[in-house]
Design a protein around this ligand. Structure first.
Ligand code: NAG
Ligand code: NAG
Length: 428
């Protein structure tokens, strides 16, 4: 790394997998050796990178953008991405939205805060520097960071909403067109630090349209299906380089009643979502699934929950192989520390259960494409946590489990000498 007077010093003979770019950090120009990432592609049920199948060991840190805005919290972003790389993790899922509220990216309908956009630029530049790819999610179904309810509230304030129901986010033409504008603003952004447009940046693993979409007001699923199709085709019309996912939790809906017994309860088939139908849409490249037995089953024993977890994961891998013929990525899984009798060893059992199934699937080139823990924090930010959050390096046995998974998934690719020296050395 050369910090200096603004002249790029050519270093001949440097490893060809490394390129130099400059970043302007305040007044200081720094030259980083950047790992050169290829675009993630897809071949049938497999993710591919550089012509070889790619299996994900990843995590969630939803807070990266808002923490990147201000000086005092910025070190957490680097600390987290660096720690991810040290655990051999390759993909982080995070929010590319913050609608209203503190450090909002969207201040009001269609008004973007450049200061916060620079925070997102920084997250992407930092991820690139650490050799980590990002899944960027574009809106929340839940209230955190604004979500669909904020859009509806904004439309109401402008006297332009057709209904005060938060589900009108999916059906109201005014809101639909504003959400499309928002997506377009993100996709076409040119990163102020790297100079690369988001839609051309291989650091982005994929776009995710919405975190955990549900539209209970139309349990037939037609409303959400129409919305997903329209939004997915819109994204692809701007960016056909990146993979695209819906952001589903995985609940089976009305088109597949034969699978209702795999849902966590009767309630799950009447949320207006439909895992198979939603993910059959051709603009959708891969399916996502979340796994929260603790939230879904308040009662049963840890053993019962582990059994359920295994069945849930296997059932969706089977869907990926047969009905969908697309990769299936478990983009959130977690165990709650607030369960009665919780012991940290239960967390290891939970992580191992899903990791083992993914590994077996990967070895057999089946559709189980990876798993991403919810959620990891850097130190000193407990207010961003929830019952599922951990600072991974504070839990040595979990930490080694995570590394073991990273290493065995990498071994399937048989590529030694990866650009990130930290993460290739942890496996030897
Ligand atoms: C894509 O998958 C097909 C069928 O599984 C396989 O024959 C082909 O070699 C794969 N392509 C690449 C580039 O790996
Ligand atoms: C609708 O969204 C708003 C804003 O996020 C929230 O305050 C409200 O509780 C939501 N309403 C329902 C019925 O969920």
């Amino acid at each position: 790394m050369v910090a200096g007077n603004g002249l790029l010093v050519p270093i001949l003979g440097f490893a060809s997998s490394v390129a130099f770019i400059y970043m302007t950090l305040g007044d200081l120009r720094l030259y980083f050796a950047e790992p050169q990432l290829g675009f993630v592609e897809k071949n049938g049920t497999q993710f591919m990178v550089d012509g070889k199948a790619f299996y994900v060991n990843g995590w969630n840190s939803y807070w990266l953008m808002d923490q990147a805005v201000e000086e005092f919290s910025r070190p957490r972003v680097r600390a987290m991405l660096q720690a991810g790389a040290r655990m051999g993790l390759t993909v982080c899922r995070t929010w590319a939205f913050n609608d209203g509220g503190y450090n909002a990216l969207q201040l009001s309908l269609g008004t973007i805060d450049e200061r916060v956009f620079k925070g997102l630029d920084r997250v992407i530049a930092e991820a690139r520097h650490q050799g980590i790819r990002l899944i960027l999610c574009l809106v929340n179904n839940l209230h955190a960071y604004g979500g669909k309810g904020q859009y509806v509230q904004w439309a109401l304030e402008q006297g332009a909403a057709s209904s005060s129901s938060n589900d009108s986010f999916f059906s109201d033409p005014f809101i639909r067109s504003h959400f499309k504008n928002y997506m377009k603003t993100i996709l076409t952004r040119r990163n102020s630090l790297t100079g690369i447009k988001y839609k051309d940046d291989p650091t982005i693993f994929a776009w995710e349209i919405m975190n955990e979409p549900r539209c209970k007001s139309d349990p037939s699923g037609d409303t959400l299906q129409g919305w997903i199709k329209e939004m997915a085709e819109f994204v692809k019309s701007i960016d056909n380089k990146h993979l695209l996912s819906v952001g589903n939790e995985g609940f089976y809906g009305p088109t597949t009643p034969e699978k209702f017994d795999r849902n966590p309860g009767d309630w799950a088939s009447s949320l207006g979502v439909d895992f198979i139908r939603n993910n059959m849409i051709s603009a959708i490249d891969f399916a996502s699934v979340h796994a929260y037995p603790d939230n879904w089953f308040p009662e049963p024993s840890p053993e019962k929950k582990l059994n359920y977890l295994a069945k849930w994961v296997k059932s969706h891998i089977e869907d990926g192989d047969t009905m969908l013929q697309k990769p299936v990525l478990f983009t959130e899984f977690g165990i709650s520390t607030q369960q009665e009798g919780f012991e940290p060893t239960q967390r290891d059992a939970f992580y191992s259960t899903i990791y083992d199934i993914i590994y077996k699937s990967a070895k057999r080139r089946r559709s189980g494409a990876g798993a991403m823990a919810w959620q990891f924090l850097a130190g000193g930010m407990n207010e961003y946590g929830d019952a599922f959050a951990i600072v991974p390096w504070e839990w040595p046995s979990t930490y080694s489990l995570i590394i073991k998974q990273s290493c065995r998934l990498r071994a399937i690719r048989q590529d030694k000498g990866l650009v990130d020296s930290d993460s290739s050395s942890i496996c030897s």
